[in-house]
Design a protein around this ligand. Structure first.
Ligand code: KE4
Length: 427
């Protein structure tokens, strides 16, 4: 494969944009090499500027659950934009999307739309602090909740990938209010509450961790988080920016049946357009301005095009769609597992529905800490060999890969065959 044009575009971009990208993880810094500049995408495939074609498992980091350029989603955006792009005034479309989220998500009684997952999580934290009058929050090492100061402490995703889980520019005061626990280690949560009994406003958790690779909650873990937040009168916040409408019709809230107080969303709910949301019990959400005193605002919040793309996407995501995604995910996982067992490769994998990660270390992987010995050198070689063979996974061991309804069984079989050939050479 030639990456000549992308290399030239990357050199140019670096002259005008920090690192040549508008989000760090896209720059291939940890895996090395040049990121393909994507020209177009359709279904499960993307093409770069050198006209290389890839089966795409990044899916724009989660939103593209229906595959790229789905006709119904494009049509919804076309129709919406013929009426204008943005009004800065309420529209019925926003009410429709709020109602659709409430129909799906058991703990959502009210919704506020914003423009990104980061806006959703930072607003949810501010709301929890406003309601409780408390300052501290608990997050988990390796989890990523966007780039607001409070979260860039032992953060996952790009922060972990780039080796900067604690970012410069985050003040000591901000960092002091963020307490760290270990995912799937309830004792680490319990001791934080015992040592800060009336200071914790909220615990924010990715109910399925997606930002140190895919890590499902241990049995009973979410129930214990619910119980201890209730006991200490802290709010339980589910960050479902990645899992929302991805792992089930009502996300992790529906799948695991535990009721958080607030939830955050993004990605899938916008079908690829810039959007986010936070939601929760009416008694909490009515603290948000202008209904209540906790301020949050946004020029393009509820943008009609983004909302139209989101509504069109959600309308095509019904129970049977998730069953199909589960079947596809299980097929992929079994095909890979058969080969891991046959060749005895030191690899493990986690999967929840259509999000999954192949770890270059032995499992089980239950928290970031279990990734201490991950073989990043081999992962990087694996990544580039896949790319050379037309398979595009996330350029980081600390991310999830995503299946869409556009991935065929043939795409999956071909991907596994290519993986097998590469791994036979790597081990
Ligand atoms: P955004 O601000 O990027 O829309 O959402 C932040 C966010 C919040 N919560 C969770 C659980 C998330 O996964 C994210 C964003 N995810 C990363 C990839 N794991 C986005 C990719 C990127 O940073 O470019």
């Amino acid at each position: 494969m030639s990456f000549y044009r992308s290399q030239s575009h990357f050199e140019t971009a670096k002259r005008y944009i920090p690192g040549g990208v508008n989000s760090p993880v896209r720059a291939f810094k940890s895996v090395g090499g040049t990121p393909p500049f994507i020209r177009r995408a359709e279904g499960a495939q993307v093409w770069d500027e050198d006209n290389n074609r890839y089966i795409d498992f990044v899916g724009s980091w989660g939103p593209m659950i229906l595959g790229h350029a789905h006709p119904a989603v494009l049509e919804a955006v076309r129709e919406s934009m013929s009426n204008g792009l943005s009004f800065g005034a309420p529209t019925t479309l926003e009410t429709e999307l709020a109602k659709e989220i409430i129909r799906r998500v058991p703990a959502a009684e009210m919704v506020r739309l914003v423009n990104s997952g980061t806006e959703a999580t930072m607003s949810a934290i501010r709301l929890a602090r406003g309601i409780t009058g408390r300052d501290k929050i608990i997050k988990f090492t390796g989890s990523y909740h966007g780039h607001a100061d409070a979260f860039l402490i032992a953060a996952g995703s790009g922060a972990l990938t780039m080796g900067v889980p604690n970012s410069p520019g985050v003040t000591k005061a901000a960092a002091a209010d963020t307490l760290l626990a270990q995912f799937n280690n309830f004792e680490s949560v319990k001791s934080l509450f015992e040592n800060n009994p009336s200071q914790i406003a909220a615990l924010i958790v990715e109910p399925v961790n997606g930002n140190t690779g895919t890590i499902p909650p241990a049995d009973g873990f979410l129930e214990k988080l619910r119980a201890i937040c209730t006991e200490y009168k802290a709010l339980l916040i589910y960050d479902e920016v990645m899992t929302g409408f991805r792992i089930a019709r009502g996300g992790a809230n529906e799948k695991y049946g535990v009721q958080p107080d607030l939830l955050t969303f993004g990605k899938v709910m916008g079908g690829g357009m810039p959007i986010g949301a936070y939601a929760g019990k009416k008694q909490f959400m009515e603290y948000i301005a202008p209904a209540g005193p906790v301020y949050q605002a946004g020029t393009l919040s509820g943008n009609p095009l983004a909302v139209s793309a989101g509504l069109a996407t959600l309308k095509l995501l019904e129970e049977k769609t998730y069953q199909k995604l589960e079947e596809a995910g299980a097929f992929l996982e079994n095909e890979i597992q058969q080969r891991i067992n046959h060749y005895q490769w030191p690899l493990s994998q986690n999967r929840v529905g259509s999000m999954f990660t192949l770890f270059f270390t032995l499992g089980p992987i239950r928290s970031t800490e279990d990734l201490a010995n991950v073989d990043l050198l081999r992962f990087n070689k694996f990544f580039h060999a896949l790319l050379e063979n037309g398979i595009y996974i996330a350029p980081s061991q600390y991310e999830a890969a995503f299946l869409s309804t556009a991935h065929s069984k043939k795409d999956i079989s071909r991907t596994v065959e290519i993986m097998e050939k590469i791994l036979q050479k790597l081990f």
